[in-house]
Design a protein around this ligand. Structure first.
Ligand code: DC
Length: 220
């Protein structure tokens, strides 16, 4: 897009189901930038810890497993420790546990370097603490939000489209539970950066949200 400076860092933060991934991915594509899905990284760590029976608490075992952890993205596929975990990290089991592992300072500290290493050449990054902690000097900071019912409905529609059998009430409860945990943790809680634009997408279509994000990027 003309007008966007070289190597911009554009970050999207917000609660579950606010549209960060879908909007971020499309915005990155339109702007010719890489997309960093940090939620997928926290999910991948959760997947490995659960599989290895390592509890969500700071421990020498957790530290050792973290040292072995690697993550990479290729054409929409997520590889963790060389294994394709794209589908596995979206399971309801991971949804339930990911906030507990994400709240651990040891996990967040470890991931800081991995996330910052992705910045060369600019990027669009999505998460919970992109604008507040990981990329505090980002050029554009947008906090996407929407009513919990709307966010739960979007997650419900995504899962139905994938052929899963899901219950809307359960998804709503889980979205609320996860947001409460993510907002109330001590380290890097979910909140808008002081210099972020807060965009409520409750009554906006995908294209309208995308247009807003691209407009902010074009101001660079
Ligand atoms: O965006 P998501 O639903 O894939 O994120 C999964 C969880 O990962 C979310 O509930 C909290 C955690 N997370 C985080 O703590 N910090 C980030 N930057 C990204 C995700």
């Amino acid at each position: 897009m003309s007008g966007v400076k070289k190597q911009p860092v554009i970050v999207l933060d917000g609660p579950a189901g606010a549209g960060k991934s879908s909007i971020g991915r499309e915005a990155a594509c339109r702007l010719g930038l890489p997309f960093l899905d940090t939620g997928a990284i926290y999910r991948a760590i959760t997947f490995f810890m659960l599989r290895d029976g390592i509890a969500a608490a700071e421990s020498p075992e957790l530290a050792e497993r973290l040292r072995e952890f690697t993550v990479s993205f290729r054409n929409g596929t997520v590889f963790a420790c060389g294994e394709d975990v794209t589908e596995a990290i979206r399971s309801p089991g991971i949804d339930k546990k990911v906030s507990s592992y994400s709240a651990l300072p040891m996990v967040r500290e470890f991931l800081l370097g991995i996330q910052r290493d992705a910045i060369a050449g600019g990027l669009v990054a999505e998460g919970r603490d992109m604008g507040t902690v990981v990329f505090p000097d980002a050029d554009v900071k947008i906090f996407l939000t929407a009513a919990p019912e709307t966010r739960a409905r979007r997650r419900y529609d995504e899962r139905i489209a994938r052929g899963e059998s899901v219950d809307y009430g359960e998804i709503l409860e889980q979205v609320n539970r996860r947001d409460t945990l993510d907002r109330s943790r001590d380290v890097a809680p979910l909140k808008p950066a002081l210099d972020a634009v807060v965009l409520d997408t409750t009554d906006l279509s995908f294209d309208e949200v995308l247009e807003n994000v691209l407009e902010y990027a074009a101001r660079l």
